[in-house]
Design a protein around this ligand. Structure first.
Ligand code: COA
Length: 256
């Protein structure tokens, strides 16, 4: 396990902590690999009854590492991509997943929450899905799951504007179970994880399989992936990645 994703198993709870604070926990290929491995472990290790995803630092995650998007876009990146293994694992595991989110949860930081079964938000949490600002499209089956969860109008607004949604709104819209003071977030999340871990796991996993349509969700991930790959190669996306690296606003005005 790499140091930017820490894991700890206690009381049946496998806690996975994103820890790359200098880059606002931006997710790299190596971090996706570690996350995918943790889900695989939750599926196969008899001692894991609940998976808890949390993060160190002031924000949950700034989403996919944009320099890796840029490398993929330029075709320079021949590495095996682990993001799909992570997303497919998230969408298909029947082990209960709890998430604890402080500060901003950008891009996949928000879309992964739609696969979590109990979401706690710190009162400073802000959910953002600004794929459009990078000339990309929503992923992790969120193009299906978000409108289903919060209604088309709110989902369209989140995707098309990419603006932050407060913890209060996310709770009111049904993305989260509870909002707690940010200082108490990790303690409360662990308490809830331990509580759920004490329940009969066979019953929980059977219930989760009935509640979630993983086949439909996986099909949406496949659909999105084809479009996402094309968007990554677009002139618009290349301009957005260059602008981020150069710390300037993108200029899409001359790209048709
Ligand atoms: N990918 C790569 N690097 C990232 C990153 C990302 N998604 N998010 C932040 N970073 C890096 C910054 O480039 C900066 O690096 P530097 O110190 O070497 O210059 C460092 O992390 C700190 O980020 P900074 O922007 O200075 O922090 P902030 O507190 O002012 O803003 C965010 C935090 C999350 C609002 C801002 O970093 C941001 O918008 N990031 C991009 C989010 C995004 O579009 N993600 C993809 C979604 S699909």
């Amino acid at each position: 396990m790499i140091s930017e994703v820490k894991t700890d198993l206690s009381a049946g709870v496998l806690t996975v902590t994103l820890s790359r604070p200098a880059k606002k926990n931006a997710l790299t290929n190596a971090m996706y690999a570690a996350l995918a491995d943790a889900i695989q472990r939750a599926d196969t290790d008899q001692d894991v009854r609940v998976l808890l995803i949390q993060a160190d630092g002031e924000i949950f995650t700034s989403g996919n590492d944009i320099s890796e998007f840029a490398a993929q876009s330029a075709g320079a990146d021949a590495e095996e991509r682990h993001v799909m293994r992570f997303l497919r694992g998230l969408a298909s595991t029947s082990v209960p997943i709890i998430a604890a989110v402080q500060g901003k949860a950008v891009g996949v930081g928000t879309t992964m929450l739609l696969h979590c079964d109990y979401v706690l938000l710190g009162d400073d949490a802000e959910l953002m899905t600004p794929f459009v600002n990078l000339a990309l499209i929503p992923e992790a089956a969120s193009s299906y799951l978000l409108p289903q969860r919060i209604g088309y109008s709110r989902a369209f607004e989140m995707f098309s504007l990419g603006e932050p949604v407060s913890a209060e709104s996310a709770f009111a819209w049904g993305i989260a179970n509870k909002v707690v003071p940010a200082a108490d977030l990790h303690v409360e999340a662990k308490q809830m994880a331990v509580k759920i871990a004490a329940k009969p796991l066979g019953s929980l996993t059977a219930m989760k399989r009935l509640m979630r349509d993983s086949e439909r969700t996986l099909a949406q991930i496949d659909l999105e992936t084809g479009v996402f790959e094309k968007r990554l190669q677009s002139a618009e996306a290349r301009e957005a990645f260059a602008a981020f690296a150069q710390k300037r606003q993108p200029d899409f005005s001359r790209i048709r």
